[in-house]
Design a protein around this ligand. Structure first.
Ligand code: GKR
Ligand code: MG
Length: 419
């Protein structure tokens, strides 16, 4: 089965004003939908970032992939690497860690690989999880991913989630998510308010949901000294503490001084980071993300390495749609050592999607592995057209949480090692 056509469709969908250490989410989130069609007419889907620089790299990779076998994983990777050349993408919102050439290649390769696996699964009548070694769980647990947020975007009406700017607002948001999705663990995006206010929010969550595992992720907004203070204040409360301080060296200072494991999706984001992070004992949990770890198969290899070196695994998420949720679910279902509930931004999507409804659902906070072959989701072409139209009209070409925040607060500075 050879690749005959590749279609790249940038899309935009509405996103609430979620606050983080870099600023605030813009009213529109961007993604790119990748569709590969084979010479036999079988098509497969992938989903990735929608920033214009990434879209341009995807476009540049396409001609080299036409005619390749969908099974030719290594040849496809080599062609993508050749098209990327020496480029290094610097993450524009500063929340998923340092850039490197390998991370850029891996991020460009990922949606093509996912689409090829979708095709391979459909052709064989197997789920992607079967191609990755077979599912070890029927449903993948996700966590309630809470954000501090404004009531609505500046100048717009209040959205359905309302404001969450204090512990009461955060607990109310958790209740809504747990009622609607049944989540059985909770993550709070921090790095927004001074750490003591965020400690209070975590303690309020612990009081409201005494049985649920909790995490906080300030995206490296704290110094190592503050991270140690917060970690100790939350002894016995957190399942793990995610990216409290910047860089492997900062995390390595914190790790031996706090009672819970440290997790990251910022200081270990490519293979080169694993040896120093392991040697320095900087982390106990890696949040994988197939979008920048080179797709699904390479993510299972990273997972195996983590097992060898005694690291636990969770999964990172950025704002995404259903193709990504399906890929994340197939991967987590087939990765035995993903032993923490995965992150997802799904509730913030408010039903907007490019996949036909029905295949993906939440039951008690977990997504059952879709039944169909491949990823188990189908493109809804009308919905894709609407979201593409949004992209053409919205005027956003790259995610920039800091610039958007500065429209409201011109003096705002991203908070890296700030508190
Ligand atoms: O959506 O604002 C956000 C998150 O902060 C996201 O960009 C991060 O990459 O969720 C992510 C994380 O765990 O660091
Ligand atoms: Mg994180």
């Amino acid at each position: 089965m050879r690749i005959r056509e590749i279609h790249l469709t940038p899309v935009a969908f509405r996103d609430p004003p979620l606050l983080n250490a870099s600023g605030v989410h813009e009213p529109w989130a961007l993604r790119t939908v990748v569709e590969i069609v084979t010479d036999e007419g079988v098509s497969g889907l992938g989903e990735t970032y929608g920033d214009i620089s990434h879209l341009d790299r995807l476009r540049a990779a396409v001609p080299g992939l036409i005619g390749l076998e969908v099974h030719a994983h290594h040849a496809i990777y080599a062609r993508v690497a050749a098209s990327v050349g020496e480029d290094v993408v610097v993450d524009q919102h500063g929340l998923i860690g340092a850039g490197s050439n390998q991370k850029t290649v891996d991020a460009v390769f990922s949606p093509f690989e996912v689409a090829c696996l979708d095709i391979r699964g459909k052709a064989a009548g197997l789920r992607v999880a079967d191609l990755l070694g077979g599912p070890v769980r029927d449903a993948v647990p996700y966590s309630a991913y809470l954000f501090y947020k404004w009531a609505g975007h500046p100048g717009a009406a209040e959205d359905r989630f309302g404001a969450a700017l204090d512990p009461e607002g955060i607990v109310a948001q958790a209740r809504l998510f747990i009622e609607e999705y049944g989540f059985a663990s909770i993550k709070l995006k921090g790095g927004v308010f001074p750490p003591d206010q965020e400690i209070d929010a975590v303690l309020a969550l612990r009081d409201a949901f005494p049985d649920l595992p909790l995490r906080i992720d300030p995206n490296a907004a704290w110094t190592p000294a503050t991270s140690i203070r917060v970690g100790r204040a939350l002894a016995g409360v957190l399942e793990y503490l995610e990216d409290p301080a910047p860089e492997i060296e900062g995390m390595a200072q914190v790790a031996p001084e706090v009672p819970m494991p440290l997790a990251t999706n910022m200081c270990v984001v490519t293979h080169d980071h694993l040896p120093p992070a392991i040697a320095q004992g900087a982390i106990g949990v890696l949040l994988t993300d197939h979008h920048y770890w080179g797709g699904l198969l390479r993510s299972t290899q990273v997972a195996a390495l983590c097992g060898t070196f005694g690291l636990e695994l969770s999964m990172h998420s950025n704002t995404h749609l259903g193709i990504s949720l399906a890929a994340m679910t197939q991967l987590a279902a087939a990765t035995p050592n993903i032993n923490h509930a995965c992150d997802t931004h799904t509730p913030w999507q408010q039903g907007q999607d490019v996949v036909a409804p029905g295949a993906l659902r939440f039951v008690d906070g977990a997504v059952p592995l879709p039944e169909g072959p491949g990823l188990g989701v189908e493109l809804d072409r009308d919905a894709l057209a609407v979201l593409h139209e949004n992209y053409l009209k919205c005027g956003v070409e790259r995610r920039d949480d800091t610039a958007y925040m500065r429209r409201t607060d011109p003096a705002f500075q991203p908070r890296r090692g700030h508190w």
